[in-house]
Design a protein around this ligand. Structure first.
Ligand code: KIV
Length: 279
């Protein structure tokens, strides 16, 4: 059997498992990283079959699955349940699990315990944490335990009560310079990638060029190493949230609503089930 690396373009890349090392390779050869969120088995299966590179089990589950206004209330147990369902569906993509609010901010021992629970109870491949310099001890401790960590800077929704609004972050020079320092510090602490949320495109491009690890943008323009969106937003399931950084790849809300309306009408009119649909 040949041990040579198969030539590119033969479909092998679409079957090869995605690892953190592979994301670094993608950055170095300029291939963009595609990441989306998923929270359950069925959607995660479709995403993986479509060839997504990274599946994020985001704490946005708090909003789009549980109906909370912010991401603050979701618990570690709830995140673990979502992540375990996603992992059961995924064969190729890298699965990263958000550490929810309260599961790591206290101290690095708590952070490590939470990350270990996520890894053991879900089978996920790494964790994501929001914040910069103030979480460095926890990042270092988790990374030294062998757990890959993705950072998250810019708009960090778990701190919504500190910011008070979801507007674009790092528009002032001071905040932009702090973000650059945070990104460098996270890279030094061992993060394998960083999500940059809702910051000016120029700043995101600058950070992506400065750092060796991949920057994944959401509302951060095209100059980053990859993009992430919340699946429910890009599929148009969620009609109440339409910021300009979301592109709709489907309008599932309307399609699904029409299907439900048609079913209800068929039941009422007794056209469902017909004789072919009966035993
Ligand atoms: O929770 C989430 O979905 C996220 C993305 C917005 C990056 O953190």
């Amino acid at each position: 059997m040949s041990t040579e690396t198969p030539p590119k373009g033969d479909g092998s890349d679409r079957r090869r498992k995605v690892t953190t090392a592979r994301l670094a390779e993608m950055k170095s050869r300029g291939e963009k990283i595609a990441m989306l969120t998923a929270y359950d088995f069925s959607f995660a299966k479709i995403l993986d079959r479509a060839g997504i590179d990274v599946v994020l089990v985001g704490d946005s589950a708090a909003n789009v699955i549980h109906g909370f206004e912010t991401t603050v209330p979701i618990t570690l147990d709830q995140m673990i349940s979502h992540a375990a369902s996603v992992v059961r569906a995924v064969q190729r993509a890298l699965v990263i699990v958000d550490m929810p609010f309260g599961s790591y901010q206290g101290n690095s021992t708590l952070a490590l315990e939470s990350a270990v629970r996520i890894m053991k109870e879900t089978g996920g491949h790494g964790v994501k944490m929001e914040g910069g310099e103030f979480i460095l001890d926890s990042v270092k401790r988790i990374v030294s335990a062998g757990i890959p960590v993705m950072g998250h800077l810019g708009l960090t929704p778990q701190s919504i009560y500190k910011f008070g609004t979801y507007v674009v972050r790092a528009t002032s020079e001071d905040e932009a310079e702090q973000l650059v320092r945070d990104a460098r510090a996270l890279q030094k602490a061992g993060c394998f990638a960083i999500v940059l949320e809702k910051i000016p495109a120029q700043l995101a491009e600058r950070v992506s060029k400065l750092l060796a690890i991949p920057m994944i943008g959401i509302g951060a323009g095209p100059g980053v190493d990859g993009q992430v969106l919340v699946m429910h937003d890009m599929l148009g399931i969620n009609t109440e949230f339409e910021p300009r950084f979301v592109r709709h790849y489907a309008r599932l809300h309307d399609i699904v609503k029409t299907a439900f309306e048609t079913y209800i009408a068929d039941v009422k009119s007794t056209s469902f089930p017909n004789s072919d649909e009966s035993y």
